[in-house]
Design a protein around this ligand. Structure first.
Ligand code: BGC
Length: 359
């Protein structure tokens, strides 16, 4: 029920802003949506997500178009094997060294629940999306990174700003469309994980009195993947308990890329045990250890599943409907999430002045 879910979402947003118990963290970013982009100034841009780790050097030209002077992608640390914080920071600083002397400013897009501090550094709350790095919870990411860089001989003081990927997306949406006026902006990620941020009137951020007292607007990182006021089924609950962080990120586990393939596999296994599929295909399903979101995407596009000849036409049709309903549910939940944010702000009621959702 999209409307009921979005109303529950608004309730949780309000509770989180007041600092009351809520499944939505409503993290104050201390970043205002206002401000001008200084042309010509290079900035080191770092991006740590659930799949990739990227380093770039970016500047804006006179026409405010981004120019990328350096760009490297690595697999995200802690996705291929578990590691400790020491190695994490060591490797990250190593990745930064080729560009470290090119700018004093580092923008670190860090896509994990992180409490942002007034100096715009961030203290990690937890890794999620099945990223496994130990002993970093509670650590100030920027401060620790700068310490290691100093040890490696980087003398200059750097200014590091940690921001969530949804926040970078909201600001990116704003920067890439300067000639159009919008009533407000939303940053939405539905990738390996999911999350949403939006612009809040400072007066409503009562859990941070120093912000609430100042006139103006601040971007709030909702951490919408943690939303838990949504009905889950038996299979969701069973699947959740098989993940690296049972009980956390319930909403994310119903809609995002790190989980959809695995959730479908869980359903397939139960469907097979309950006799929905042919004996041959059920036997094949029992052997499948891993199914990715990419796999189910390919199946819905091509109608084929890499499973030898075991699946007959009827099996394929049943499988299609299973996947289709999981995806439709995800779409409805994502819609309820965005609708909730719109309802909360009351923005975008005038069709000539819409809300820009940068997704
Ligand atoms: C994280 C968020 C992030 C989102 C999208 C979630 O797992 O908790 O901080 O924004 O993934 O990358």
């Amino acid at each position: 029920d999209i409307l009921r879910t979005s109303e529950a979402f608004v309730d949780e947003m309000n509770r989180g802003l007041r600092g009351e118990d809520s499944s939505l963290m409503m993290i104050c970013t201390y970043i205002s949506p206002e401000g001008e982009i200084p042309p010509g100034e290079p900035v080191i841009a770092v991006d740590a997500g659930g799949t990739n780790f990227r380093v770039a050097l970016v500047r804006f030209d006179e026409k405010r178009m981004p120019v990328i002077d350096y760009f490297k992608t690595y697999p995200m640390l802690g996705t291929e094997r578990e590691l400790y914080g020491q190695e994490f920071f060591d490797t990250v600083s190593q990745y930064l060294l080729p560009v470290i002397d090119r700018s004093r400013k580092i923008g670190f897009c860090f896509s994990f629940p992180t409490e942002i501090l007034p100096n715009k550094d961030g203290r990690l709350i937890m890794f999620d999306k099945e990223v496994r790095v130990r002993d970093v919870e509670g650590v100030n990411i920027g401060e620790q990174l700068l310490k290691i860089l100093k040890k490696k001989g980087v003398a200059e003081d750097k200014n590091i700003v940690l921001l969530n990927d949804t926040v970078a997306t909201l600001l990116g949406g704003k920067a890439s469309n300067p000639e159009r006026t919008y009533d407000s902006y939303i940053g939405f990620i539905l990738g390996t994980g999911t999350n949403t941020c939006y612009i809040e009137d400072n007066r409503n951020i009562t859990k941070v009195p120093s912000v609430a007292m100042q006139e103006g607007f601040t971007i709030i990182n909702i951490e919408s993947g943690g939303f838990d006021k949504v009905p889950r089924g038996e299979i969701d609950i069973r699947f959740d308990s098989s993940t690296d962080n049972p009980g956390a990120q319930k909403f994310e586990k119903m809609i995002s890329g790190a989980y959809l393939g695995r959730l479908v596999l869980e359903i397939m296994k139960i469907a097979a045990a309950e006799g929905l599929f042919s004996k041959e295909f059920a036997g094949r399903i029992r052997e499948i250890r891993n199914l990715t979101t990419r796999d189910i995407n390919e199946f819905t596009l091509s109608g084929h599943f890499d499973c030898g000849n075991e699946a007959d036409e009827k099996d394929r049709v049943i499988l299609y409907y299973i996947i289709d309903s999981v995806l439709e549910r995800a779409a409805r939940l994502a819609a309820a999430n965005l609708a909730g944010v719109m309802l909360k702000t009351g923005k975008g009621k005038n069709p000539c002045l819409p809300v820009c959702v940068a997704a």
